[in-house]
Design a protein around this ligand. Structure first.
Ligand SMILES: [Zn+2]
Length: 364
């Protein structure tokens, strides 16, 4: 398997930075971090919400994180003579580093000795890891403008990070994602994604595991996602495009105005499980979806791109890797806000009929 060339440096506050290069011997690791950074903030605290059986991460230090800095102070651009960024080398292909303002880390937790706030509210340290993934050194680019070979390098980097972070103590699930657009809440314009290594199974994954278990019991062990994908391929009406290894379709009960799933035809648990051919085939189809998203209203579409991977522990055998890509834009000048029904009750009301969304995306 061709993998990118990997080199690691330690930033001045002890965080790890990893370069994934497309050419050997880039010499990037020779550039040290010359900044004098304060020690990273403590880890967050996880508080149990007994009313809904979910864990909430409390990370107050994130209030001070960098918010939409000017171009000449972008922390994700390569370092130059005027500004020392998070990336000491003068150029890079793909770079991954530990988030300076992480939601989860292995550092000391304030009040780490507390184990419960009330009898019903246990507390535990937010141990885990959060990384930032820079897709390109070009500040003004976008994921949708990357070459298929760069997308391949990104997929390889995410697979590398998934394998490594899955092995960290207590990690329950590794979640690579990209938020794009200020409408989504992006605080840095430079094209980048993130990876969260969660210490608990997130609520949506818990719900998906419950559904997958129920389906397996009902069908003598069949995989739910594999059956959903097969049904969509047979129905065709919501399929947007496909190639030898992947299919892109709008879910029948999509909850976002524009939502697409990209799924590999072969069931794999996570990104490290993809073959060379599957990794190569992902880029062209995903870039085509991003082009269609931007083409819907002839302007950059705000989106969230989310890799659903199998959990690390119990329930791993139920997982089926897929990418969920969705936007909150429902019309050229209208965004969907999560208001009363969605935010307070978790009950989604979709504004766009999924078959219509699929047709619009096919027509771009
Ligand atoms: Zn930048």
């Amino acid at each position: 398997m061709t993998t990118p060339y990997r080199s690691t440096v330690t930033l001045s506050d002890g965080r790890e930075l990893i370069y994934f290069d497309e050419e050997p011997e880039s010499g990037r690791a020779a550039y040290p971090d010359t900044r004098q950074l304060p020690p990273p903030p403590p880890a967050s605290q996880l508080r149990y919400d007994p009313l809904v059986d979910e864990w909430i991460a409390v990370a107050a230090h994130r209030q001070t994180r960098t918010f939409l800095p000017p171009l000449d102070a972008c922390p994700l651009c390569p370092t130059n003579e005027r500004f020392a960024s998070e990336i000491p080398a003068p150029s890079y292909d793909v770079a991954v580093f530990e988030n300076q303002f992480p939601s989860f880390s292995y550092r000391e937790v304030p009040g780490g000795e507390i184990t419960e706030l009330t009898e019903l509210v246990p507390v535990r340290p937010g141990h885990g890891r959060c990384e930032v993934v820079c897709f390109t050194s070009d500040h003004n680019s976008a994921f949708g403008k990357l070459s298929p070979s760069r997308v391949r390098t990104v997929v390889d980097a995410l697979a590398d990070r998934t394998a490594e972070m899955s092995a960290l103590p207590g990690v329950a699930q590794v979640f690579p994602f990209e938020n794009r657009g200020v409408e989504i809440g992006v605080t840095l314009h430079h094209p980048h994604g993130q990876i969260y290594a969660y210490p608990t199974v997130p609520p949506r994954t818990e719900a998906m595991l419950r559904a997958a278990r129920k389906h397996a019991e009902k069908t003598g062990g069949r995989n739910l996602y594999a059956d959903v994908l097969a049904a969509e391929q047979a129905a065709k009406v919501r399929v947007i495009a496909a190639n030898e290894h992947w299919t892109a379709y709008v879910p029948a009960a999509a909850r976002w105005p524009f939502e697409v799933h990209l799924a590999p035809h072969r069931r794999v648990a996570d990104l490290p499980g993809l073959t060379d051919a599957e990794r190569d085939a992902f880029g062209p189809l995903y870039l085509d979806m991003l082009r269609r998203f931007d083409g819907l209203f002839d302007k950059p579409m705000p989106y969230i791109s989310a890799w659903h991977q199998a959990v690390v522990g119990e329930g791993r055998e139920l997982g089926y890797l897929h990418l969920q890509l969705f936007s909150i834009r429902r019309a050229a000048d209208k965004l969907k806000f999560l208001a009363g029904s969605e935010s307070a009750m978790g009950a989604f009301v979709s504004d766009v009929v999924p078959e219509k969304a699929a047709q619009l995306l096919r027509d771009v």
